[in-house]
Design a protein around this ligand. Structure first.
Ligand SMILES: [Zn+2]
Length: 234
């Protein structure tokens, strides 16, 4: 997988040069795109480096010193033919928790998967699997957040035994276990659910062997709407 990833990163597989690359010179491996002018271009390679980069970006967001990296035409050109994001962020759909903003990242940096209250099912898990399994993305962050409306609505529905309309009730069902263990405390329920999702993803059959080899980490974190700070939960 590392070899495949290296080839993908070099643009060889995606560039269709593989057949001619067997006896090719190192020139084949040269990046054709120019690095973006907005940020140093060393993609975090390990889970810990990836988390450190997200933490640094979040610190800028909290402090109001964002640099908006990778958001210019040079970056667009650089990633147009290939991508190599360094993390998957799986967050709620909440309009105030946009991962690229709260981690001060840009184009081609993150795979972003979003559902209400970051609840999962096989389709969503498949979306989260893509980066780690196909491109060697080293980190998955499950991001819960303060005052989650989906969790609040689910807690009320479960408390009152009143079904939510449409498929909203499917979300409430997915949160039933967290609700029971939270004692009705919404903030606790948000944190429990986030950790539950991390546990489920860690058992994923594509993730587990990568985690065991140290190539992937799946972590849970909590976003404060008030301060903008992301705090690691697990
Ligand atoms: Zn939410």
């Amino acid at each position: 997988m590392i070899n495949r990833r290296a080839l993908l990163r070099a643009g060889i597989l995606t560039g269709g040069l593989l057949t001619g690359a067997a006896s090719a010179s190192t020139a084949v491996f040269a990046r054709t795109a120019q690095p973006s002018s907005t940020a140093p271009d060393q993609r975090p390679a390990t889970p810990d480096e990836a988390w450190a980069t997200l933490r640094e970006g979040n610190r800028r967001w909290v402090d109001g010193t964002v640099t908006h990296p990778h958001q210019d035409a040079a970056r667009r050109k650089e990633v147009a033919q290939k991508q190599d994001p360094f993390a998957v962020v799986f967050s709620c759909i909440d309009s105030r928790v946009s991962p690229e903003l709260v981690f001060d990242t840009g184009l081609g940096d993150l795979f972003v998967v979003r559902t209400a209250a970051q609840t999962i099912d096989p389709l969503v898990t498949g979306a989260a699997e893509y980066g780690p399994a196909e491109l060697g993305t080293p980190l998955v962050v499950v991001l819960g957040h303060q005052r989650c409306g989906a969790v609040t609505a689910a807690a009320e529905s479960l408390h009152d035994h009143k079904k939510l309309p449409g498929e909203l009730d499917t979300i409430a069902s997915a949160l039933r276990s967290a609700y029971k263990r939270s004692g009705g405390d919404v903030d606790k329920m948000i944190r429990i659910n986030t950790i539950d999702v991390v546990k489920q993803l860690k058992k994923d059959k594509l993730f587990a062997p990568r985690i065991a080899k140290g190539r992937l980490k799946v972590i849970g974190a909590y976003y404060s709407l008030d301060t903008g700070e992301v705090t690691r939960l697990v």
